[in-house]
Design a protein around this ligand. Structure first.
Ligand code: KG4
Ligand code: ZN
Length: 342
């Protein structure tokens, strides 16, 4: 690769219930971003069914990749590398993307770059905020993860806090199911909460041991379930919108408080958010408000880049590629891949 030449990466993401492929130029310019969502299928079962997810990925992946290349107007010959999510995630789902990426890499003679899914979520911020560079603090809130991370450099992470039990998105999904909203719960609670009073019911804001940065969401989830049971037993009406708004506020309060506390303690002057829950309108508003008060710039990807997509994997793969990191054809799926290890 000669200096100054554009770097085009085909990125593949299949860690959960979205089959996705994208072509990304120089880590920050998205030439195509194709997502085939399985949400409607899993809704029938109230959550993601791993075996169905794997089977759908294998059915869709070639079409999704072909579409991503066609929308970008490029062929395999134009590419510099293939980037693929190899963990964390559902093993069977990950294997589909990893096997596909290896096959293309081998057939087209292209370098292969393995990407950590959370690194992908964080890197989604680079796409629309061209000026954003590390170091910054990032709150990663998705269906499977809740991490407070210092992004020290490209590909260099220090995890300050994480959830001790449920991930933030998981809590949204479980509470939504309990109040009868269905899967996926996050967007549904977000919508319903707009009609409710966030101060109607006080749900607990968990403090976790002596760590100022760890999270716990099982307490607030249980409090919602207890509240629902109490209403049912007393024959009182269930105010779904108030419950959604009050639950959402309890979760957002903790997320914002921990993030701002960490920024202050570590003297970090830029905050970013990432992951599906980062598209939550109340969280975005509360974090913006808190950051404005402290005059700290806040970066959030557009909602479509918050939830799972391959453009974010292409952004992360670019920085791995530029750092000289390559995967071999023995690359495997790693369901519990820790952030910051390779
Ligand atoms: O990042 P993501 O697409 O997948 C994982 O890597 O887990 O996140 C999916 C999660 C789900 O739990 C979903 O309910 C939640 O993000 N989510 C939301 C919103 N949109 C998606 N949670 C709250 N408010 C939203 N608007
Ligand atoms: Zn994700």
């Amino acid at each position: 690769m000669s200096e100054g030449k554009d770097v085009l990466i085909l990125a593949i993401e299949s860690s959960c219930d979205e089959t996705a492929a994208a072509v990304v130029k120089n880590g920050r310019e998205v030439l195509s971003n194709v997502i085939s969502s399985q949400i409607a299928l899993h809704t029938l079962y109230g959550g993601v069914v791993p075996e169905i997810a794997s089977r759908k990925h294998i059915e869709k992946i070639n079409y999704v990749i072909r579409e991503a290349l066609s929308q970008a107007g490029v062929g395999l010959d134009d590419l510099d590398a293939i980037g693929v999510t190899y963990g964390p995630g559902l093993v069977g789902a990950l294997l589909v993307g990893v096997a596909e990426a290896k096959a293309i890499s081998y057939a087209a003679g292209l370098p292969l770059v393995g990407v950590h899914h959370i690194e992908g979520h964080i890197s989604a911020n680079y796409i629309e905020h061209k000026e954003l560079e590390p170091p910054f603090l990032c709150l990663v809130v998705s269906g499977g993860h809740t991490h407070l991370v210092i992004v020290k450099g490209y590909g260099k992470y220090e995890i300050l806090g994480r959830t001790r039990d449920d991930a933030a998105g998981e809590a949204f999904d479980k509470v939504a199911r309990a109040i009868g909203l269905g899967y996926p719960g996050g967007p549904k609670i977000d919508r319903l909460a707009k009609e409710g009073n966030p101060d109607a019911i006080h749900f607990p804001r968990a403090k976790v041991g002596d760590s100022g940065y760890d999270f716990s969401f099982s307490g607030v989830k249980s409090a919602v379930l207890n509240h629902l049971n109490a209403c049912r037993m007393k024959g009182e009406p269930i105010a779904e919108a108030d419950i959604a708004a009050s639950f959402q506020k309890a979760v957002c309060d903790v997320l914002v408080e921990h993030t701002l506390y960490a920024a202050k303690e570590y003297k970090i002057d830029k905050i970013a958010m990432a992951g599906g829950v980062a598209s939550n309108s109340a969280l975005r508003a509360a974090m913006k408000d808190a950051c404005d008060k402290r005059k700290i710039p806040l970066y959030c990807p557009s909602p479509i880049l918050c939830t799972d997509n391959a453009a974010m994997i292409g952004a992360a793969a670019y920085y791995e590629f530029m750092a000289g990191n390559r995967a071999g054809l023995d690359l495997n799926a790693v369901p519990n891949l820790p952030l910051g290890e390779r």
